[in-house]
Design a protein around this ligand. Sequence first.
Ligand code: NDP
Length: 317
Amino acid sequence: METNQQQEHVHLLIIGSGPAGYTAAIYAARANLKPVLYQGIQPGGQLTITTEVENYPGYPEGIQGPEMMVDFEKQATRMGADIRFGLATSVDFSSQPYKITIDESKVMTADAVIIATGASAKWLGLPSEQRLNGSGVSACAVCDGFFFRGKDVVIVGAGDTAAEEALYLSKMCTNVHMVVRRHEMRASMIMQDRVLKTTNIMVHWNSETLEVLGDKKVEAVKLLNNKTQVETEIPVSAFFVAIGHQPNSDIFKDALELDEQGYIKTVPGSSRTSLEGVFACGDVQDKIYRQAVTAAGSGCMAALDAERYLSAKEHQQ
Ligand code: NDP
């Protein structure tokens, strides 16, 4: 190890600061594990780029995503968790205690690690998509669909997520325009079947989004049919993107077992990864549910699993 690196040892290190990481910190702090949590590049995680959250139990009037994450952080701090700004840039899990490098300089060693680094939604990369993000552009139909009930909306994508979200939207929106870039969908046959049988979902095959139109909010979308080269403009109130998520698991790929899409594998019904003493929770290990409340629940599981692990380890010594 280089001599100019600072080093610090902690009992439990938590990486990531969405609902999963903060919940793990609350439980671990209450169990007297003195957790240190590094927040990562986007403190609060994906909820800090959403607007109103109406489906998290305990907030009858709803709450703004960023505000909710400030509350989570405050609660973790009040319980005694040490919350720090910093990004885990590499890990060395080859021997215990595990080593985690923060901001490429400080080395933390830990008896147990909870990974809660989340996932990031993929975007098309259009300037108009970025400009209207949060003003009708969203990567989460379950979070934001409700705000567009009775309206026409677009959803881009053709995987299981897009199909599931199109069906979800079809129950509250007047018309759902599903934009599929090829002549077929990637989604499972059963999901495709349901989409195609839903009368208020219009599938636009071989279609690409050229631009999301609107000044302060989404007003229409401009599509290009890549077979006929015909451009069309469809008036809509929202533009949902469901082209996949990228789990933030890059730094763990040589240390832990990941699935083919990069999600950290956990033992079903637990937060245990392929390495003892390393636990994973939230979206970095969940490609199915991806909700704040499920992430928080899995953060609780990770803290309880870590507590049991550390206590068993102490008794062995
Ligand atoms: P997928 O990677 O499966 O699908 C992404 C979709 O987005 C594809 O149809 C792809 O098109 C399209 N796409 C990608 N980039 C672009 C782009 N730039 N422009 C337009 N379209 C684009 O992601 P999902 O999130 O749908 O699913 C991830 C995993 O989770 C899958 O394994 C899925 O089966 C699983 N899942 C399971 C569920 C369940 O079992 N209930 C629910 C949700 C997800 P193309 O096909 O042309 O590449």
